[in-house]
Design a protein around this ligand. Structure first.
Ligand code: GRF
Length: 201
């Protein structure tokens, strides 16, 4: 069965694009059934539109509170009946209003470091790579992990891919190297769920 997947985004959407491309090429037996963003007008929503995928923006400004926006987003996501929800560059912590409505649907997130290192509150975007360099780490990488209510970067690791830290690296250079691996890791992680839901013949 082709796995129906919903994707949550906040900005650029390059991880979403990697998923859409893998589905379109047949490399991944999955289908993106919905894309939800917590910001309006972001490039990730344009990517969804270009791929013909239903999508919506659920902003705090429109819904009055973060909890209300997340509840509406979860309801929209669940109306498309996904078997997996992927957070691909989603930048808000999700509360119980969201997870209650997901009703146990598994959720995964991609993080640009080797968790459990360099995760948690405030560790996002370029700050992660700045911290890796400041700590003198010799490697970093991408982690796809399960997401549970009110936790940040703490769920079980599904896929991890490593990259070296090179001398002279800036946070941007390291971030670009990690991002390439995020794109591979997120597709590989979804593939694990495809395999887990495919009956043996
Ligand atoms: C990625 O580095 C992701 O790990 C982080 O934010 C970035 C999002 O990139 N949380 P994109 O929107 O998928 O291009």
């Amino acid at each position: 069965m082709t796995l129906p997947v919903a994707v949550l985004v906040s900005g650029r959407g390059s991880n979403l694009q990697a998923i859409l491309d893998a589905c379109a090429s047949g490399a991944l037996d999955a289908r993106v059934v919905y894309v939800a963003s917590n910001h309006a007008g972001v490039p990730a929503l344009d990517r969804a539109a270009s791929a013909g995928v239903p999508h919506g923006a659920f902003t705090v400004a429109d819904f009055g509170s973060r909890a209300a926006a997340q509840a509406a987003m979860a309801e929209a996501v669940m109306r498309t009946d996904p078997r997996l929800v992927v957070h691909a560059g989603f930048d808000h912590i999700l509360g119980p209003e969201y997870f209650v409505r997901l009703g146990g649907t598994p959720v995964i997130n991609v993080h640009p470091a080797l968790l459990p290192l360099f995760g948690g509150r405030g560790m996002y975007g370029v700050r992660v790579h700045e911290s890796v360099l400041a700590a003198g780490a010799t490697e970093s990488g991408a982690t796809v992990h399960r997401v549970h209510p009110d936790t940040i970067d703490l769920g079980e690791v599904v896929v991890q891919r490593r990259v070296p830290v090179l001398s002279g690296d800036t946070p941007e250079m390291l971030g670009a190297r990690v991002l390439e691996q995020e794109h591979i890791a997120i597709v590989e992680a979804i593939r694990r769920f495809v395999l887990a839901t495919t009956p043996l013949r």
